[in-house]
Design a protein around this ligand. Structure first.
Ligand code: ATP
Ligand code: MG
Length: 428
């Protein structure tokens, strides 16, 4: 890949996160290359290319072995406004490195010559555990405020200490964060949540004040006892399921579930945050569903009927994620007994799910049409009747035969009839 560029007379420099992580002894699969070849020249040299962002000079190149490289022509900034930059192509790797955000990200390595370009002494900072802006920190943040979030992420992920002027400039730049687009802020959060242990970066989000700008709902609870518990639990959750970690983060907002009919204030705060960050509708649905069903949870002393009722209340395909979150919380707390209890109750829940016992409303052997056939008017009573039959079947799966359920429906209709046609037989 780099060889091919070099063989055609171009410079090929590995840059960015791959070099940084390599110097730290961390292995990773993606390499970003910087080159003096222009995008069209890169496209010409390789057969399998994707124009990832020609206006920024980035071409994706698929290696013969299937690795995707991002090859970007040397650039310099012409104009910046705090959220995007107008760039032009540059001639040297040094110019290209000068527009990068932090010294640890501004190191380049040229395989062909073995040369390491490190004009900003990023290696020394990396060794000393220091995060330092390239050049004038205040100016660098003002060019692109996303660097504030990036800085917090890198400091958290690599356990770096801010160089004092960088720290000062970062805190002053927090007020500019509102100018960023939701998409970039979201992608930053997603990267934080994909790190092995997001807690450090999230704590820095809070301590720097950055949390309050984009996540005021979280900031309101960032000094609650639940905050540290949430962060420790997030670290225990699988890094590959960022949405589950996100859900656990949102759960610092108390769910405050009073009853089923009133809209849950916690849920609407969580929903507001997800919408502001422009998560996809599907992601919003999944996270909110888990958020709102996190509690109440099952316990080892619950009856089988309780477990089925719980399964029915959370809906299909949900219990595994909920258990994951509760397991992670117990691990974070080092609570061995709690873990054992969770394993025990999970096994029982799993057995209920597989037992074939009716759980979802759709598992009932009668439906709305059957109820209408009993001669009642279409209306809310039909749904109430089915809900009552469903509750009874969850209690006792043996009742789930047409004969029994239709008989019970008739009796309920009769009772309702005595109290007037529109009343709910179980309301009192
Ligand atoms: P990772 O991929 O692990 O998140 P990374 O350092 O590779 O970290 P990328 O976003 O992939 O981060 O960017 C690659 C490189 O591009 C960075 O190392 C940095 O040199 C530069 N860079 C990326 N975003 C910015 C930015 N907003 N301002 C300045 N330089 C940036
Ligand atoms: Mg990268």
């Amino acid at each position: 890949m780099a060889n091919c560029l070099e063989d055609h007379g171009y410079e090929a420099w590995a840059v960015g996160g791959a070099v940084r992580d390599h110097l730290l002894g961390l292995e990773r699969g993606d390499w970003d290359l910087a080159t003096n070849a222009r995008p069209d020249q890169v496209m010409e040299l390789f057969s399998r290319t994707v124009p990832l962002g020609m206006e920024h000079g980035t071409v994706g190149v698929l290696d013969p072995d299937g690795t995707l490289f991002e090859v970007t022509t040397f650039r310099r900034d012409v104009e910046t406004d705090g959220r995007h930059a107008v760039v032009e192509f540059a001639d040297s790797i040094d110019e290209d490195l000068a527009r990068r955000d932090f010294t640890i990200n501004a190191i380049a390595w040229r395989e062909r010559t073995g040369e390491l370009r490190d004009p900003w002494n990023g290696r020394a900072d990396l060794a000393a555990g220091i995060l330092r802006a390239v050049g004038d920190a205040a100016a660098r943040f003002a060019e692109d405020y996303l660097r504030v979030f990036r800085g917090l992420r890198f400091a958290g992920a690599y356990d770096l200490t801010f160089d004092p002027p960088t720290r000062e400039a970062l805190e002053a730049a927090v007020s500019g964060l509102d100018r960023l687009s939701a998409e970039r802020v979201r992608e930053e959060l997603v990267k934080v949540l994909a790190a092995p242990t997001p807690s450090a970066a999230l704590r820095l989000y809070r301590d720097s004040g950055a949390l309050g700008v984009w996540y005021p709902e979280l900031e309101r609870h960032a000094n609650d006892a639940g905050w540290d518990e949430a962060l420790a639990t997030i670290d225990e959750l699988n890094a590959r399921d960022g949405l589950l970690r996100l859900c656990r983060l949102l759960l610092v907002i108390p769910t405050e579930q009073h009853d089923e009919s009133s809209e849950d204030p916690g849920e609407s705060a969580a929903a507001g945050l997800l919408a502001r960050l422009k998560f996809s509708k599907a992601d919003q649905r999944r996270v909110l569903h888990l958020y709102s069903h996190f509690l109440p949870f099952v316990s080892p002393v619950d009856s089988s009927a309780d477990l089925r009722e719980w399964l029915s209340s959370i809906g299909p395909g949900t219990e595994r994620d909920l258990f994951r979150m509760h397991f992670a919380a117990a691990r974070a707390a080092g609570a061995e007994d709690e873990l054992n209890a969770l394993v025990f109750v999970w096994r029982r829940v799993h057995e209920e799910r597989l037992s074939g016992a009716p759980i979802e409303r759709g598992d009932l052997v009668v439906n709305g049409t059957d109820i209408l056939d009993l001669g009642i008017e279409p209306g809310p009573l039909v749904r109430l009747l089915l809900e009552e039959l469903h509750a009874r079947v969850l209690e006792d799966p043996e009742l789930n035969t047409r004969e029994v359920l239709l008989q019970q429906a008739r009796e309920l209709i009769e009772m309702a009839g005595l109290e007037g046609p529109a009343s709910d037989p179980e309301a009192e």
